[in-house]
Write a protein that binds this ligand. Structure first.
Ligand code: PMP
Length: 437
């Protein structure tokens, strides 16, 4: 009897457990580097989240939602978004896009921007479809396209270093128009646009967006526009929404994140805004997977937006204040890195900054026969030996192009002044040690 049982159990376990669509996407940069940062870092400028508090008006709204009289806020709400939140988002985006929006059909609330992206790929990409991804890119686009059965097609932003010896800017990384055009074909279903871009901080110009829009219209291609950093633009730059360009509204899904917008990444409230002809299919994925995200969090985010709607464009607006504060933080980190020869690429937006580590090769022990790229080895060595956590830039490239971009790492500067000062101390001490050795 026992023998028979164990035999049958063994036989059952010989089938492959995992679905084929998971093949080749099991590694995840965040799982690996968050663990390293937790174990070794004294100063964590790795993963993208602020270490300063979310604004009081937002946390107070959550407290009110939790403890106020409306106990129904602890129950399920509407699947596609808590009504007060979709209503205020519709009002807000009507202002931004200059068109009328129906809160029930043109807006959907998701579990962070992550789930918005997941809904897009599952709903819009079929087996055999190609999806154009601009490199460097937020890493999850590639596995998400693959999980939907699609084929990612990569096109890089190419750096053009300034000739006058000035620091590079994220604006110096540009698409080659002919190269971009060559990626569009009959098979192209969608392009993913991320402006302001993680990790470079590039804010795409009107001309660049115009070029992308023209190609989308010409080839009947959809645009998945990840705009989670829409409020984080610096030096008077303007974030332009591709959906507002000619012919683009009907083919664009705009993705946003309360996590990035209100410095509360742990809340995991995101949204999509777009035409019903696209959103109706995202709703199918959403209703058959997560249904909705926490009601109280949606209620509080709705109140946050209500406040911002009233203060729109005024100096007290969080969407005006946050980028001002972050620009100062960006400038501190730029200076710290420049002083030690880790040349920063000045970002026009987001709270990330990419820095050149090619002057630091002699610091990091060579590992013979290792196929691990230099930026990975450097980042691991830095967190273990200097206590400073960052993310290797090649993690934001496809396998085929990774090896061309191993001399850079990404820092997050959405951090308290004390954190950035501590980073500066580490870098200064490191430089002194280098000079004296
Ligand atoms: N898109 C980009 C470009 C991001 O950087 C992030 C977060 N790092 C997300 C989407 C996911 O946002 P959320 O935390 O709202 O899921």
């Amino acid at each position: 009897q026992t023998h028979f049982l164990s035999h049958s159990l063994q036989a059952k376990m010989s089938k492959q457990v995992q679905a084929r669509r998971l093949e080749g996407i099991d590694k995840n940069i965040w799982v690996e580097f968050v663990k390293l940062a937790t174990t070794y870092s004294k100063v964590n400028l790795g993963q993208g989240f602020p270490d300063f508090p979310a604004p009081d008006f937002l946390t107070e709204a959550l407290r009110r939602a939790l403890g106020g009289g409306n106990h129904m806020l602890h129950q399920y709400t509407r699947a596609f978004g808590h009504p007060p939140l979709v209503k205020v988002l519709a009002q807000f985006f009507e202002k931004l896009l200059g068109r009328d929006l129906d809160p029930m059909t043109n807006v959907m609330v998701t579990v962070g921007a992550y789930q918005a992206l997941f809904c897009c790929f599952q709903a819009l990409v079929d087996e055999g479809d190609e999806v154009i991804i601009i490199e460097p890119f937020f890493d999850c686009y590639e596995p998400m396209v693959k999980m939907a059965g699609g084929t990612p097609v990569f096109v890089p932003l190419r750096p053009n270093p300034p000739k006058d010896g000035k620091l590079m800017s994220s604006a110096d990384w540009q698409l080659d128009p002919a190269e971009l055009a060559s990626k569009f074909s009959e098979r192209t279903k969608a392009i993913v646009l991320n402006s302001p871009n993680n990790p470079l901080g590039k804010v795409f110009s009107r001309e660049e967006l115009g070029l992308i829009a023209e190609l989308c219209v010409k080839h009947d291609v959809l645009c998945i526009s990840d705009e989670v950093y829409e409020w984080l633009v610096y030096d008077g730059k303007q974030h332009i929404r591709i959906a507002s360009l000619q012919g683009m509204w009907d083919r664009t899904v705009i993705i946003g994140s309360a996590g990035k917008t209100f410095s509360a990444t742990g809340w995991k409230v995101g949204w999509v805004v777009g035409p019903d002809r696209l959103l109706q299919h995202l709703r199918t994925v959403h209703q058959n997977s997560v249904y909705h995200c926490a009601t109280v969090a949606q209620e509080a985010v709705a109140q946050g937006f209500q406040r911002e709607l009233t203060l729109y464009g005024k100096p007290e607006s969080y969407f005006v204040q946050l980028p001002k504060e972050l620009q100062q933080k960006r400038d501190w980190l730029v200076q710290s890195l420049d002083e030690v020869g880790m040349k920063p690429i000045i970002p026009e937006g987001t709270y990330f900054l990419v820095a050149d580590i090619s002057q630091f090769k002699s610091d990091v022990p060579d590992v013979p026969n290792s196929d691990e790229p230099y930026d990975y080895r450097f980042t691991k060595w830095m967190v273990k030996n200097k206590g400073l956590a960052a993310i290797p830039l090649s993690a934001f490239y496809s396998e085929a192009h990774k090896n061309n971009y191993t001399n850079f790492i990404r820092f997050c500067f959405a951090k308290e002044e004390a954190t950035l000062k501590a980073a500066n101390e580490i870098l200064k001490k490191w430089k002194q040690e280098k000079n004296s050795s």
